[in-house]
Design a protein around this ligand. Structure first.
Ligand SMILES: Nc1nc2c(ncn2[C@@H]2O[C@H](COP(=O)(O)OP(=O)(O)OP(=O)(O)O)[C@@H](O)[C@H]2O)c(=O)[nH]1
Ligand SMILES: [Mg+2]
Length: 251
């Protein structure tokens, strides 16, 4: 399925909620990495003024865009709106990236290289051992075993199915009915991977080092875990009973 094309335009989608401490440096680093890269922030009415800051950057920086939403609506829908934007504006690839420097911008060129002959490139924390810095053991174990569990239930041969540093060809996103995606936290990542995998897309994992945020506040919750635990079974059974294609992959 990959068309072996060098991406000409890439949209890095960065959802933000109260990231004023991180965004100024992040914008600078991401734009500096490659002239093909543009940024779309999806800000959910951050009370700390993240949206206002981004608007001020946009006055002089045409490679930065903002999708402002009124209130905190979750990561999954933020990315889906971002993907729609990337498709509408004719970007070749759309990337997912956190604002808190857990995802090192220096890896962007490698994603853009790998996507030349893949449909989805996933930055993996677990492809060569464990590459996570500054997580308590409890969180690391949770993440690691969530991945073992998800791999077992879905059958997807991924080391890191819940990571959020990734790069999609927009051609692949066009085949998915994004309005059907309901999940928000880690399960959003699993759901997207599962759809690309189920349509026979080429998925590649590249090793990344994930570093826990230095600034700002975490938004991790128990609900996110329960959501993911249930979703993997839903995906497995809907595929088994032939409902997956009808629901998500209409073409
Ligand atoms: N637009 C939007 N962005 C969000 C929302 N929740 C989280 N984010 C952003 O999504 C990215 C990932 O969120 P994090 O809070 O870092 O989640 P995490 O990496 O699982 O947890 P920590 O790094 O431990 O805080 C960050 O850029 C957040 O600002 C939301 O509801 N809406
Ligand atoms: Mg984070």
């Amino acid at each position: 399925m990959p068309n072996h094309a060098v991406p000409q335009r890439a949209l890095v989608i960065i959802p933000t909620y109260n990231e004023i401490e991180n965004v100024p440096t992040l914008v600078h680093q991401v734009l500096g990495i490659d002239p093909r890269v543009h940024i779309l922030f999806v800000d959910d009415g951050s009370p700390d003024g993240t949206g206002d800051y981004i608007r001020s950057v946009m006055e002089t920086e045409p490679r930065v865009q903002l999708l402002q939403r009124p209130r905190k609506m979750g990561l999954g829908t933020a990315y889906c709106r971002g993907f729609e934007h990337a498709m509408a504006q004719g970007y070749d690839v759309a990337m997912e990236m956190d604002a808190d420097f857990s995802h090192n911008p220096a890896m962007i060129p490698q994603f853009l290289k790998e996507i030349e002959d893949a449909d989805l490139v996933i930055g993996s924390r677990y492809v060569r051992g464990v590459n996570v810095i500054n997580w308590p053991m409890s969180r690391l174990l949770l993440s690691y075993f969530a991945n073992v569990y998800s791999r077992f239930v879905t059958g997807m041969p991924l080391h890191d199915g819940t990571g959020g540093y990734k790069c999609f060809r927009t051609d692949v996103l066009r085949k998915i009915d994004l309005s059907q995606i309901r999940s928000n936290g880690y399960s959003f990542q699993i759901e997207m991977n599962f759809l690309v995998w189920s349509m026979g897309g080429v998925i590649r994992e590249i090793p990344i080092v994930f570093e826990e945020r230095h600034n700002g506040v975490s938004k991790m919750s128990k609900n996110i875990i329960y959501e993911a635990a249930g979703l993997v079974w839903k995906l497995r059974f809907s595929k088994m009973f032939g409902r997956l294609k009808k629901r998500y992959l209409p073409a």
